[in-house]
Design a protein around this ligand. Structure first.
Ligand SMILES: Nc1ncnc2c1ncn2[C@@H]1O[C@H](COP(=O)(O)OP(=O)(O)OP(=O)(O)O)[C@@H](O)[C@H]1O
Ligand SMILES: [Mg+2]
Length: 320
């Protein structure tokens, strides 16, 4: 199966100064991240707040430059593209952000919001053809053509997120990056948007990077899941396999902490108790199963069972 997106050994380091005259300190956010997204597949990226999920999206979208490593989209290395090549690639690579309230310009009506990307890319100059594209795109996200003259403040959060989705889809992209697109919405609206995304993916054969905190959401939509911890991928597998056989203690702890109606809520992952510098594995200071071996290994993703990658040295030993 062809990979639409290949991210190879990606590093991203930010530099921060405490005071304007002090020396900038390195702040590594992404550390050796490699992943692939195949045609017509959804890769879910799960991990706690601040682990680097949005930074990965920004590097993939070209909003931030990588410090090291490669990002290949539709066979093109994005670090070697000219401005014009990037512009053409952006048609293929669209994004939906978390907050539908700040994603839309309040001064533009729906027609203007949908026409803006078409104008930037010089698409459908013929007005009848353009009108048809606008109506078809709105109907594909479950909105009526009557909404074309309305402004963002006249819509609910769920409807606004549909407009954001329409704005991304009007360019017929092959890849959609969705950075927590439903977490600002209430549960029933979340379900509508998730169903919509699933249908759009099937109809348009979209590849998707879907960022979420929520394992239930990831399970519903994603074909494959990658779990991130402190800027590193710690586990990656097909969704069914990951939910039935989670191998990494971090994934196990996250799954145990998912609340269920009527169920008992397990304690979330403990905070760090030991010095992380003593361990090769970044999760070791919080791991309930930490062993001497974790001082030397545990930060490299390796295949434990076919198609199931894990960075835990203990999981690897157990499955030998
Ligand atoms: N421009 C920046 N300069 C310096 N540090 C940054 C910058 N952007 C993000 N960071 C830091 O990088 C880390 C990862 O941020 P990121 O937004 O990728 O997290 P996240 O996993 O998306 O979190 P959340 O789930 O809360 O959205 C954070 O500690 C953040 O403070
Ligand atoms: Mg984020």
């Amino acid at each position: 199966m062809t990979a639409r997106v290949q991210i190879c050994n990606l590093f991203k380091t930010y530099y921060r100064r405490k005071w304007w005259f002090s020396k900038a300190e390195e702040f590594p956010v992404l550390k050796d991240v490699s992943l692939e997204i195949s045609e017509n597949k959804v890769l879910g990226l799960v991990g706690e707040s601040g682990c680097g999920k949005s930074t990965l999206c920004k590097v993939l979208l070209g909003i931030e430059n990588a410090t090291d490593g490669k990002v290949i989209v539709n066979g093109k290395n994005t670090q070697q593209l000219s401005r014009l090549e990037w512009k053409n690639l952006r048609r293929e690579l669209q994004v939906v952000f978390q907050d539908p309230y700040s994603s839309l310009d309040p001064r533009m009506n729906v027609r203007q919001l949908l026409c803006e990307p078409l104008d930037i890319h010089g698409l459908y100059p013929d007005s009848t053809e353009r009108e048809k594209v606008l109506k078809d795109t709105l109907s594909s996200v479950g909105l009526s053509a009557d909404y074309l003259t309305r402004y963002p403040h006249e819509f609910s959060g769920g409807q606004r997120q549909r407009i954001c989705l329409a704005r991304a889809l009007v360019l017929s992209p092959s890849i959609l990056v969705a950075d927590e697109p439903v977490s600002a919405l209430d549960v029933s609206v979340q379900a509508q948007i998730l169903n919509l995304l699933k249908e759009i993916k099937r109809e348009r054969k979209l590849s998707m990077l879907f960022v979420t905190h929520d394992f239930a959401v990831a399970r519903f939509l994603c074909d494959e899941i990658a779990v991130m911890y402190k800027g590193r991928l710690v586990e990656r597998a097909l969704a069914d396999e990951l939910f039935t056989h989670p191998l990494h203690p971090y994934t196990q702890a996250l799954l145990a902490a998912v609340p269920e109606v009527g169920g008992k809520l397990s304690a979330a992952v403990e905070s760090e108790t030991e010095n992380s510098d003593d361990f090769a594995c970044p999760f070791a200071p919080r791991c309930p199963r930490v062993k001497e071996a974790c001082k030397k290994a545990g930060n490299e993703l390796t295949q434990v069972t076919p198609g199931h990658f894990c960075a835990c040295v203990l999981a690897k030993e157990k499955n030998k």
